[in-house]
Design a protein. Sequence first.
Lengths: 119, 119, 119, 119
Amino acid sequence: MEEATERDIAVFEAGIKLGGLYHQFVGAPISVDTIDGLSRIIEQCVMLQPYVRSVGVTIDSEMVEKKHNRKFDYCELEGRMLHVSLQILYKNTIAHCELVYDEELDYPLMSIKKIESIK
Amino acid sequence: MEEATERDIAVFEAGIKLGGLYHQFVGAPISVDTIDGLSRIIEQCVMLQPYVRSVGVTIDSEMVEKKHNRKFDYCELEGRMLHVSLQILYKNTIAHCELVYDEELDYPLMSIKKIESIK
Amino acid sequence: MEEATERDIAVFEAGIKLGGLYHQFVGAPISVDTIDGLSRIIEQCVMLQPYVRSVGVTIDSEMVEKKHNRKFDYCELEGRMLHVSLQILYKNTIAHCELVYDEELDYPLMSIKKIESIK
Amino acid sequence: MEEATERDIAVFEAGIKLGGLYHQFVGAPISVDTIDGLSRIIEQCVMLQPYVRSVGVTIDSEMVEKKHNRKFDYCELEGRMLHVSLQILYKNTIAHCELVYDEELDYPLMSIKKIESIK
């Protein structure tokens, strides 16, 4: 039974941000023309939260285009369209994490890429 | 017992957009610095949806500032911070609607301002 | 240029509720086993809002089952899984509205079924 | 530069669940009468997700009551109303985490309570 270390907190905080942005923005109306604007605002929202060092959001334009409704010419943001790279800096630890659509699992997978000590 | 008229559909569609944007974006992280970006993207999202003629989103910067967390220096978008002006054009009818925080009721009130026939 | 009538307000309020529940609950984790619980709570949430006379939510269990992730055995609520019947009572007017997935349009369509005067 | 351990993944997954439920359910209409139903469904939604061992959701009924709109007699779920206890089991590691409103910080704080090895 142990208390949380600096490293624990860094990856925990990364999970919070990825889970949070996912459930905040999935369902938002999107089209090929608004991909860029929506990606930037998701980044801005994440950057405001504690311990975020950097974040990059990409939305799969091919998927968006394929999902455009034929009559109304837009669709909704789905988890599988999202690619997010996130760095959390907590004290001297950087957690590099990611949200990527895993085609084989058919699942928007969040994972830890690496953990760095910067002392 | 009657079927829906053009006018009914115009105001119904306006309600859909206001209810939708509210529950999509409330809870998003926001600070004084990101008000503009978030307002523009909410407008873009609404503009994609059927029959929207125009939409203007304003977020109350005083409220945002007052709600900034002292330690983490941001807050969350709340319904009472939102001011939205929306025009729906369905065939020859324009419905002018609004979301405004009603201080007396302490409620983010959605209402129809006027309905116009443009034949 | 006209002001809103009782009938206008009834259908406007119906739109608010349908747009709102959609963007509040889409994205929630769901499985075949939790369909019933989630449907009931969406109904309860809608019933709290002003002027709701009745609401019935059905979630398409076949779609949910088909969308279950093979490894993790659940999926997310999507708009196309939702079927909602809603009655708004504003003064003496009842607006009967619906959210139904339209297969041909491939779109979760919200519509006014009929409007009733109950004097 | 290191790869993720079992322990890292356990706390990361805990963060995902807390961040996710927060941004999925904040904003939902709630009243004193629906607290129980909404708490149970949030628990059910979280239990569906990978590696969740247990979850308990409590919603502060005093806060809900205080926030009830006087005219419409309900309010919206806010982060500060939520108390969540979560256990993630990943392989042989249990991460005990929590979401609690921190009055001093005026912030819905997510934290790791302890980490257990169950070999």
